[in-house]
Design a protein around this ligand. Structure first.
Ligand code: PLP
Length: 447
C-alpha cells in the first residue's frame, strides 16, 4: 500500500501542484492532502485505508450521502446503455421538467407572486460554464457590456468572474488571476456584499452600460455570509429599474438548502425576505448532477431563447446533458424529498451548535455563520457581512483545528473560507464521531 505522502509526491511530478483543483492541495492548512479511494454514506476512505466522517460532501453535491444505492443503480443502468451520444436524449427533457416543476411549485406555494423563474433550462457540464454562459447571454440580450459582482463571491473560473473572488482565490489570498486581460477585468465592477448603497451608486454612474448583476444566492465561498434581509429582492428591483438582468448563482445553494434552492426559501417565506421577486436567470450545479459533471442555466423564456440555435448567443458542449450525469441528477432530485431537507437542517443545527460550544468552552472568539443548512465559523466575535470583515478574522486558528479533526477521523474543508457540507446520511453514529473530536480540536484552535 502506498501512503498519502507518496501519492502526493508522485502526483506533483505529473500534475501542477499535485492537484486538479487548488484548494485540494491543503495550501492554507498545511500538511499532506489525503488521496481518497472510496466513499459511502457519510464516510470517505483514503489510500491508507483510514475512514473519515466527511463534511466536504464533494463540495456540495452529495446531499444524500456518498454512493446512494439508487443513484448508483441509475448511473449503472445509464452507463450500460452508452456513455455519450452527442445527440439529444429524452432524459434531458425529464430533468429540465423536474427542475421547472420544483421551482414553480415553490412559486405557487408563495401565492404565485414571485413568478416561476425557470421557464427554460440549458444543461452544461460545470458551474463555471453555467455562470459564464449567463454573462454572455445577459450581454447579448441587453446589448450592454458591464457586469456587477460582489467581493468574496465565487462564480467559477471564467475570466470575467475571477476579480476579488472567494473560494480558492480567498484561500490563496489572490485578488484575481494572472492571464485575465486588463480590458476584461475593467468590465467587471466589484462591490462590497450586502451594501445596497454601493449598488445604487454603481447604477447611478454606469446604469445604461450594466448588462447584469451576478450574486451568490447566499454567499458560501468566503465562508458562509447570508444576504441581509431584502438584499436579493432589492438587487432584483434595482436591476429591473435600469434594464439590467439579475443572475442568481445557485450552483452551491441550489437543491441543497431546500427543494428549490435559496430562492425557493425566500419565495416560500422560509427566509423572511418577501416572496414577490424573481431573478431573470439562475445558475445551477453540484446537486443537479448528483456528483457527476452536470450543471445548468435556467430562467425567463424570452432571455433563454436568445441562446443558439434560436438566438444569436452561442453556447455548446460535446458532453452537455451527458446521459450518465443526467441519470444521476434525476435520481438525486427524485430522492431529495422534504424529509431529506429536514434531516440536513437538523444535522446542521446539531453540528453548528456543538462546534460553537466547544470553541466557547476554550474561550475561542468566533461567530457561527448560517444560510439554511450551510454553515461555517469565523474566528472573530462579530458576524461579518462582507469579504473585508471576513478577512479580519484570526484565520490562523483554523489549521490546528482542522488537523485535530482530521487526526480524529473527521474531514473538514481544508480552508476557513469554505462552507461545511452535511448529508442526509449523517446519522447519529457519524455525528457522535464528530462530537467526540471537537474538544481536542477546540483546544488546538485556542492555543
Ligand atoms: N458558483 C458557485 C456559487 C460555486 O460555489 C461554484 C463552485 O464551487 C461555481 C459557481 C463553479 O462551479 P464549478 O466548480 O462546477 O465550475
Amino acid at each position: 500500500m502506498q501512503t498519502n505522502e507518496l501519492y502526493f509526491t508522485r502526483a506533483k511530478n505529473s500534475i501542477p501542484g499535485g492537484v486538479n483543483s487548488p484548494v485540494r492541495a491543503f495550501g492554507s492548512v498545511g500538511g499532506t492532502p489525503r488521496f481518497m479511494v472510496s466513499a459511502t454514506g457519510p464516510y470517505i476512505t483514503d489510500a491508507e485505508g483510514r475512514e473519515y466522517v466527511d463534511l466536504v460532501c464533494s463540495w456540495g453535491p452529495a446531499i444524500l450521502g456518498h454512493a446512494h444505492p439508487q443513484v448508483i443503480e441509475a448511473v449503472q443502468a445509464a452507463a450500460a446503455r452508452g456513455l455519450s451520444f452527442g445527440a439529444s436524449t429524452p432524459a434531458e427533457t425529464e430533468l429540465a421538467e423536474l427542475v421547472r416543476e420544483r421551482v414553480s411549485v415553490t412559486a405557487d406555494a408563495a401565492g404565485g407572486s414571485a413568478g416561476a423563474p425557470i421557464e427554460k433550462l440549458r444543461l452544461v457540464s460545470t458551474g463555471t460554464e453555467a455562470t459564464m454562459t449567463a454573462i454572455r447571454l445577459a450581454r447579448g440580450f441587453t446589448g450592454r457590456e458591464l457586469l456587477v459582482k460582489f467581493a468574496g463571491h465565487y462564480h467559477g473560473h471564467s475570466d470575467a468572474l475571477l476579480a476579488e473572488a472567494g473560494s480558492g482565490l480567498a484561500t490563496l489570498s489572490m485578488p484575481g488571476s494572472a492571464g485575465v486581460t486588463a480590458a476584461t477585468a475593467a468590465q467587471t465592477l466589484v462591490l462590497p456584499y450586502n451594501d445596497l448603497d454601493a449598488v445604487h451608486a454603481v447604477f447611478a454612474e454606469h446604469g445604461p452600460r450594466i448588462a447584469a448583476v451576478i450574486v451568490e444566492a447566499a454567499s458560501a465561498n468566503m465562508g458562509v455570509v447570508p444576504p441581509e434581509r431584502g438584499f436579493n429582492r432589492a438587487l432584483s428591483a434595482i436591476a429591473r429599474e435600469h434594464g439590467a438582468l439579475l443572475i442568481l448563482d445557485e450552483v452551491l445553494t441550489g437543491f441543497r438548502v431546500g427543494p428549490a434552492g435559496w430562492w425557493g426559501l425566500e419565495a416560500a417565506g422560509v427566509v423572511p425576505d418577501g416572496a414577490d421577486w424573481a431573478p431573470d436567470l439562475i445558475a445551477f450545479g453540484k446537486v443537479i448532477g448528483g456528483g457527476m459533471p452536470l450543471a445548468g442555466l435556467g430562467g425567463r423564456a424570452d432571455v433563454m431563447d436568445f441562446l443558439a440555435p434560436l438566438g444569436p448567443v452561442y453556447q455548446a458542449g460535446t458532453l452537455s446533458g451527458n446521459p450518465v450525469a443526467v441519470a444521476a441528477g434525476i435520481a438525486t432530485l427524485r430522492l431529495a424529498e422534504p424529509a431529506v431537507y429536514a434531516r440536513l437542517d437538523a444535522v446542521a443545527d446539531t453540528l453548528s451548535a456543538a462546534v460553537s460550544s466547544a470553541l466557547a468552552a476554550e474561550g475561542v472568539e468566533h461567530s457561527v455563520q448560517r444560510a439554511g443548512n450551510l454553515f461555517s465559523f469565523v474566528f472573530s466575535p462579530e458576524a461579518p457581512r462582507d469579504y473585508a470583515a471576513v478577512k479580519t478574522q484570526q484565520s490562523f486558528r483554523y489549521p490546528p483545528f482542522f488537523h485535530a479533526m482530521l487526526s480524529a477521523g473527521v474531514s473538514l474543508p481544508p480552508s476557513v473560507f469554505e462552507s461545511w457540507f452535511v448529508s442526509a446520511a449523517h446519522d447519529e453514529v457519524a455525528i457522535l464521531r464528530i462530537l467526540d473530536a471537537l474538544p481536542a480540536a477546540a483546544r488546538a484552535a485556542a492555543a
